[in-house]
Ligand binder design. Sequence first.
Ligand code: EAX
Length: 323
Amino acid sequence: MKLHALVLGVALTLGLTAGVSAQTSMRINISVAQNSHQGIAIDTFAQEVEKRTNGRYKIQTFYNGALGGERESVEAVQLGTQELTFTSTGPIPNFVPETKILDVPFLFRDKAHARAVLDGPIGQDLLKKFEPKGMVGLAWAENGFRHMTNSKRDVRTPEDLKGLKMRTMENPVHIAAYKGFGIITTPMAFPEVFTALQQGTVDGQENPLPVIISAKFDQVQKHLSLTGHVYSPCIFLMNKEAFDKLSAEDKQAFIEAAKEGTKANRARVDEDDAKGVADLRSKGMTVIDDLDKSKFVAALAPVNAQFEKEFGKDNLDRIRNYK
Ligand code: EAX
């Protein structure tokens, strides 16, 4: 009787597993909260991958820097110890120097201009530069226009920035530009920023409204100035080996899923931008929303001369004039 039961058990197990195709799990992470423009990007991506691959791939999502900050997450994706990450382009120039040009202050007119450049030939050519570095840029997404916050004073003119100790991303173009304002720059991974602001290690930081809101910086910052000094893209990044192993059909599924994630991400940025100022004022921040940006552009003239040398005036104008 026992042998009969054993044979039956094995047969059942084989039968059951035969019907269920193997499922491969992959991880993706962000450095900000799930309830954010970046959280909705990776949650949408995860749902779309599972749907479009009929469950062959499951994407586990991690938030709040749970797997590390943006720079170390890009390193992990490059090494292959993590399959995917969703990151701002903050640390990216350290891996793909060609992307530095996107970080030049006051380069983009507005979000529509930035999105058109990234989704057009200029941005798509830049995505190709990731492959020799062991990564695949599945799609550009959005962090938004960055604004200045601090705990010391209202910032109405570039002079008001002088001497402020500001956390910056680990981004060489930003650091050079902010020094051009007379800011004392402290590069730091995002997961450390809230505590650094709370403890006064730095006076301020700069980020798009969706990050300021989702990170609850109103709890540790009093002053917000809508400088919009830099447009900050985000990007879906995948380890190239992991991508190359996918079938042609699943490669397309991952790319389409990233594009769906970007649609949800950009819609959330628009929502946050529309209500963010009122929201942050209601939480006690003073918001300077009528500053004269031309003064900030003029203050950066010497640094911009360096950027024109480094990136080529033609390349910068090609982006500036893109319709
Ligand atoms: O990606 O490091 C930063 O300030 C980024 O904008 C933030 O992590 C959101």
